[in-house]
Ligand binder design. Structure first.
Ligand code: NAD
Ligand code: ZN
Ligand code: ZN
Length: 343
């Protein structure tokens, strides 16, 4: 139990560049819910899209963003729970789902129409406390550093699932387009999964990081046509491509980088569209698919890669009060890996 009645949180009061860091009431856990005292929370580009109201389906201000939260259970709501007070758990984008629809029953719970999203449809981890649904909250591996493990809860699970659905086999090429929070862990998962990794970004420092983390070839899409460079290096295109970039141009470029019969998976969600050349897609038999975070099972697997030392997010700690500065750096593409709030 906690005796606190209020907490500090970063609140989106209206869509736009500024969050308000202020005192808000402590939430009370309902059935299937736990109150969690945060130790850390990653800051995902999705939180910036949420604060700016970028997407067609918008959250309703006031709300607290954040879906890479790591903390300890301090209070349980009514009913039975799979966790106890003191356990380390996280929140995730997939905060809960209905458990009964076609998608929930067939291992595709992230596409449940009744799913709740952490930091979007329910308050998230940009505050000292948060609620989780204990049936969905990821269990944090024993001994994990809260700041370092936090990005696995969104960036990690998202790219791990995306890599799986590219159906790229060990020894085949995979392009990671966009080496930010998602992309820099994607390089590590892909390498751990035995794929030959190619990194594409528009900043040389991000490409350097990708090379340190296991990419064998890197292309700066501002200086070189990435389609030409990847086609030449791979002698015919990459088998798999994961696009995490925050610019629509990268989505069109993926088609040019793809091998005949290859699969492109879109993770990035910049507002906008891109031209899709019908002739190319048909004659080269290219598959394009979207992928949204991952299921609870994907999450457990993604965390297991971390626990076994196969992936290690590159994280810089900051304070809750720094959130607006972090968003500004994120807009400018100036973040190395991930930033995470340390409480
Ligand atoms: P980030 O800001 O950390 O990284 C974005 C990267 O894209 C940066 O390295 C930037 O340099 C790069 N980039 C920008 N323009 C580019 C271009 N033209 N070509 C190649 N690279 C380019 O963002 P993030 O936290 O990694 O999130 C990335 C995107 O993924 C966001 O749109 C976010 O909302 C989305 N996302 C989706 C899911 C999902 O489930 N599908 C989950 C999490 C995040
Ligand atoms: Zn995210
Ligand atoms: Zn459902």
């Amino acid at each position: 139990m906690t005796t606190a009645t209020s907490m500090r949180a970063a609140v989106v009061k209206e869509f736009g560049p500024k969050l308000h860091v202020e005192d808000v009431a402590l939430p009370t856990p309902g059935p299937f819910q736990a109150l969690v005292k945060l130790h850390a929370s990653g800051i995902c580009h999705t939180d910036l899209h949420a604060a700016e109201g970028d997407w067609p389906v918008k959250p309703a201000p006031p709300f607290v963003p954040g879906h890479e939260g790591v903390g300890e259970v301090v209070e349980l709501g009514p009913g039975e729970h799979p966790v106890q007070v003191g356990d380390m758990v996280g929140n995730a984008w997939l905060w809960s789902s209905c458990g009964e629809c076609e998608f929930c029953r067939t291992g595709r719970e992230t596409y449940c129409a009744k799913a709740e999203y952490g930091g979007y449809t329910v308050d998230g981890s940009f505050g000292q406390y948060m609620l989780v649904d204990t049936r969905y909250a990821p269990r944090i591996p024993d001994g994990a550093d809260p700041v370092e493990v936090a990005p696995i809860l969104c960036a990690g699970v998202t790219v791990y699932k995306a890599l799986k659905v590219t159906e790229t086999k060990p020894g085949q090429f995979v392009v990671i387009s966009g080496i930010g929070g998602l992309g820099h862990v994607a390089v590590q998962y892909a390498a751990a999964m035995g794929m030959r990794v190619i990194a594409v970004d528009i900043a040389d420092d991000k490409l350097e990081l990708a090379k340190k983390l296991g990419a064998e070839f890197a292309v700066n899409a501002k200086e070189q046509d990435p389609a030409e460079a990847v086609q030449a290096y791979t002698e015919g295109g990459s088998h798999g491509i994961v696009v995490t970039a925050v610019h629509p141009a990268a989505f069109g470029q993926a088609i040019g980088m793809c091998r005949s019969g290859g699969t492109i998976v879109f993770n990035g969600l910049p507002p906008g569209d891109f031209p899709a050349p019908i002739f190319d897609i048909v004659l080269r038999g290219i598959t394009i698919r979207g992928s949204l975070v991952g299921t609870r099972q994907d999450m457990a697997e993604a965390l297991d890669f971390y626990a076994r030392g196969k992936v290690a997010p590159h994280v810089t700690a900051c304070e809750l009060d720094d959130v607006n500065d972090v968003f500004e750096h994120m807009r400018q593409g100036k973040i190395d890996g991930r930033m995470a709030i340390k409480y």
